[in-house]
Every structure is written in C-alpha cells, then in structure tokens.
Write a protein that binds this ligand. Structure first.
Ligand code: F6P
Length: 527
C-alpha cells in the first residue's frame, strides 16, 4: 500500500533539509576529477539519449539522500499504482492513463467496462486507416481532389503538444521524404490567428481537425465557427472538410457534421494527450501513421525506464528529484528549458503547460495547504537564439536559475556548411558546451561588470539526432519527471482548477454582468 504524505513529513527530506549541502560547481568540475565527473554523472535514456547531470549541484552523498527520499516517498510504487489504473487524479476522481496510449506497463486496466489499452489501440488503428485513405486519395474533397494541408483547431493541450511535436519532426520528415501534408494550427480566440491561417491556406484542399476533449472550450468552438464560415463562403461543405477528436462523452461526439471522429477519454489530461488521438490525428495525417507509431515507440521505451526503482537507472525520477532539491533545499524558484535545436522551438511552450498546469498548486492531493514550495516557473527558448536574449540574466542576474539543456550531435537535414573550419552543427554544439561551463564555473574579473559568479547548475539531455523515436523518449522523460515531482510534493498533478476562475469572469464580462473594477476594465475595451 502506498502512503500519500506531505514531503516535509518524510524523514529523508528532513535529513536533506538539515544538511542543506551546496556543491561548488567550479571545484567539482575542475581538472581530471571534473572530466571524470562528466563521464560518471550520466545515465542512459531510451533511444540513444543520455541525461548528463555533471553540472548539477549534487554529489554522491546527495544522490544517496535523494535515493532514500525516492524510497520513502514510494515514488516508483506510486507510478505503478498510476499505471495499474488507480484513481490518481483525486480532484476529478479519475484514472490517469496517458502511458497506456503507448504501451502496457502493468496488467490490463479496465475502466467503464472497457480494456483501456485496447481502446487507445483501436483509436490509433482507426486513425491510421482514415489517414491512409486520405493520403491515397480515397477520401477527398467534394471535387474528388486530394487534401494537401491539415489544420488543427484546439487550444492548450489540444494545441501545444501536437504543435511542438509537428514542428520538431517537420524537417526530419522533409529530409526523409515522409512529409505527407503540411500542418497548420489555429488556437487563439484572437480572430487574427484564424484569419492569418485561413488567408494563407488553400481551404479547398484542407482538412480541419477539431480537437477538444471537453467539447466546450470557448476558443475552440469559436474557431470552429470561424472556419466553417470561411468554408461556406468559399462554397465548400464544412462536413466534407472536418474531423473531430474528442472524448466520447463530449457534446462534439454527438455531432454528425464531421467526416470522422476519433476519441480520447477523461483519463488523459489535455497536456498529456500528445500520444493519444489528439496528437495521433494531426501527426499521422502530416507524417503518416508509421512515423506516429515510431514516436509512440520512443515514449514507451522511456516509460519503461521510469519504472526502475534504482534512482540512477531512472533518468526521469533522477531529474525530478534534482529539481526538488533545487526548489526546496537550495530555494531556486525558476527553471529554463533550453533546446539547442531549432526544431524544438515550441517544446518549451508545451512544457510550460505540462509542468506549470500540473504542479503549480498550493494544496496537496487532499486539498490541504502545503507549507513548502511546489512547481517552479518554467520558461525557455532554443539556443543559440536565447544566448542573444535573456542569457544575460541567467549569467549575471541576482537569481540562480537551474537550466535544462537538450542537444543533438547531428542536424535533421544533411545540408550544412563549413565556415572557419567548422560546420554550423558543430558551432551549435560548441555553444551549448561552452554555456554549461560558463554557467557552472563563471569567470573572475577585477571589473565587477565582467565578473561571472558561476555556480549556476545545468543538466543536458544529449542525443544523436532528433528522430520520431528520440522525440517520443524526450516527451516521456518530461511527462514522467513532472509526475514524480508531483508525487514528491504530494500534489494532484492531473487537474487544473487554477484556470477556471478567469473563464468564469470572461463569461460574465461578455454577458455584461459586471460591476466595479470588472466593469471599469471592460469599459476600457468597450466590450
Ligand atoms: O483551460 C485549460 C484547459 O482545460 C487545458 O487543461 C486543456 O488542455 C485546454 O483547456 C483545452 O481543453 P479541451 O481539449 O477540452 O478543449
């Protein structure tokens, strides 16, 4: 039986807090010992990735303490409970089943009389069949012409993950001749978002994927009407151009105005839905179902590693606990995800939702306030672009912000150029290596303005190339990291009540049911 306890009641946590060891990165990374540390503090991930934490503020003693903490907090047992179908989402009284979309970690999970693995596989099969017909020209527009573009309409988890994954693999697919259809995305209720996409899309040859788990999201329903209106004005029948991805209980599921409908369910949170039908439809249409299957394969392989009890064989749990150490023992309030890969340009945006909507909570899973810090603020941008933007603050600002780099040895396209003795890819990699040491070790200078204090911790996930499998493993790593941190903080990471209040007030504003400051602000916009 697992026991859900607040972090500060655990002996292993209290012991760590008492010691409060702060490792001197400059010291531990210097000389031969530093080189040995880079080789030693590195754990293999799935699909040829590796998690290197040599530039994190840990030592063997802290790692032992973190392992003792993981054990006392029963982190892997809690994951096993989740994977086995326990009601982990206490706020909404739901199972948490996104892992089942890519594999079966424990025995069968039956809910509502259905084997859930079979349900998700059926959806994938249905999507694959539909997709193949679209690609083969068996499902066409009314004029019998092939669809060439897929446009996803959705917001939050129904946008960010699938969009980040599409962008991450678009160039890989081009390079490998497997880009079947270009994908576009409409998410914001800002009419300029839909208009900009529609103005630059050949709507007569576009298939729209309406994605909403709840089927009630204001932005998505508004954008659906926006698109239908544009299709009708172009003399097209919207029902020949739209498919839906939703839960079987949502109002959209009962609507017959779609070419096809595919399903996820209430046991998959929006921000964890990239590997469900939510990501499956758009990504299979864009790249082909085989590429989507390869992405799932990578995620499944990484999920398996997350079951390991041994902290040093479980990269997601290790990453999670180093993060807890930084947040709660060292007191760092933010973290940045910095992929040295342009293809991962929207990956930090996806992680913003995945992480902050999951662990941005002040009450534990029983609704009681916790008296320790929980999820950090997360932001990020690809390098090297970020270096020319906010890295000034990261290097010399008054806050220490732990960093999470991601980098690959090879680019997705073969096209590269040698200038001054190195390729662009080597220059990219050289920059991330330089940043790790610059942040960790700093630089002395008599001029304070040019002085770098160092002591700024980072980790890096390194891979050979960003492929569908590697991306799946990367996504799973971060999803599981967030899950383990939620377990450590004793949170329910799978609801999101914090987004509701604003929605309710926006409805009141639109209904003109306002007074006081709410009315005054509304009047500023002449709503
Ligand atoms: O407002 C937040 C949220 O509920 C997210 O959690 C979710 O990903 C998003 O809205 C979209 O929800 P839906 O898929 O139900 O339209």
């Amino acid at each position: 039986m697992v026991a859900w306890k607040n972090m500060d009641t655990l002996k292993a946590y209290q012991a760590m807090a008492e010691k409060k060891t702060d490792v001197n990165l400059k010291e531990v990374l210097s000389g031969d010992a530093g080189a040995e540390r880079v080789a030693k503090y590195c754990v293999p991930m799935a699909e040829g990735l590796a998690y290197n934490f040599a530039a994190k503020k840990v030592d063997d003693g802290i790692l032992e303490d973190l392992a003792a903490f993981a054990k006392e907090a029963q982190l892997t047992e809690k994951f096993a409970e989740l994977a086995g179908g326990a009601v982990i989402n206490t706020g909404e009284n739901r199972l948490v089943l996104h892992h089942l979309t890519r594999g079966q970690l424990c025995g069968p999970v039956v809910a509502d009389g259905t084997d859930k693995r079979a349900f998700y596989e059926t959806q994938q099969k249905n999507i694959a069949e539909f997709t193949k017909k679209v690609h083969a020209g068996e499902i066409t527009n009314a004029a019998g012409e092939k669809f060439t573009t897929v446009v996803q309409i959705g917001i939050g988890g129904s946008d960010l993950g699938p969009r980040a994954v599409y962008l991450a693999l678009e160039n890989w697919a081009r390079a490998n001749g497997t880009l079947k259809m270009e994908a576009r995305f409409i998410s914001n209720v800002d009419p300029d978002d839909a208009a900009a996409v529609l103005n630059t899309t050949d709507v007569a040859h576009a298939i729209f994927v309406l994605v909403s788990k709840s089927g009630t999201t204001l932005e998505t329903l508004t954008n659906e009407s926006f698109v239908k209106d544009a299709l009708e004005k172009a003399g097209l029948d919207p029902s020949r151009h739209m498919i839906a991805v939703t839960s079987e209980t949502s109002p959209l599921a009962k609507n017959s105005g779609y070419l096809a409908a595919f399903f996820m369910d209430d046991y998959i949170g929006g921000r964890y839905s990239s590997t469900s039908a939510v990501g499956g439809a758009v990504l299979s249409l864009a790249f082909g179902p085989e590429v989507f299957a390869a992405f799932l394969e990578g995620a499944a392989a990484e999920d398996k590693l997350a079951m390991n009890e041994n902290l040093l064989e479980n990269p997601a749990m290790l990453d999670a606990l180093i993060g807890v150490y930084e947040r709660n023992i060292l007191g760092y309030g933010s973290t940045a995800v910095l992929p040295y890969s342009q293809a991962l340009s929207r990956f930090p945006a996806h992680l913003q939702q995945a992480d902050m909507e999951s662990n941005g909570k002040s009450v534990n899973r029983f609704g009681e306030p916790v008296s320790y810090r929980t999820g950090p603020l997360l932001f990020g941008e690809p390098g090297t672009n970020g270096q020319h933007s906010f890295y000034q603050l990261l290097h010399q600002g008054t806050d220490i912000i732990p960093l999470q780099f991601v980098g690959f040895k090879e680019s997705q396209f073969d096209k590269d150029v040698v200038i001054q003795g190195s390729t662009s890819q080597k220059k990219l990699c050289a920059n991330v290596v330089a940043q790790i040491i610059a942040f960790a070790c700093g630089k002395d200078d008599e001029n304070n303005n040019k002085y770098f204090a160092g002591g700024r911790p980072s980790s890096i996930i390194i891979g050979k190339k960003l492929t569908p499998q590697a991306l799946g493993a990367l996504l799973s790593h971060f999803e599981n990291k967030i899950m383990f941190q939620g377990f450590a903080w004793n949170l329910n990471s799978f609801d999101q009540e914090g987004v509701q209040l604003g929605k309710v007030l926006a409805k009141r504003v639109l209904a003109h049911e306002t007074d006081g400051a709410l009315k005054a602000f509304s009047d500023l916009f002449e709503i």
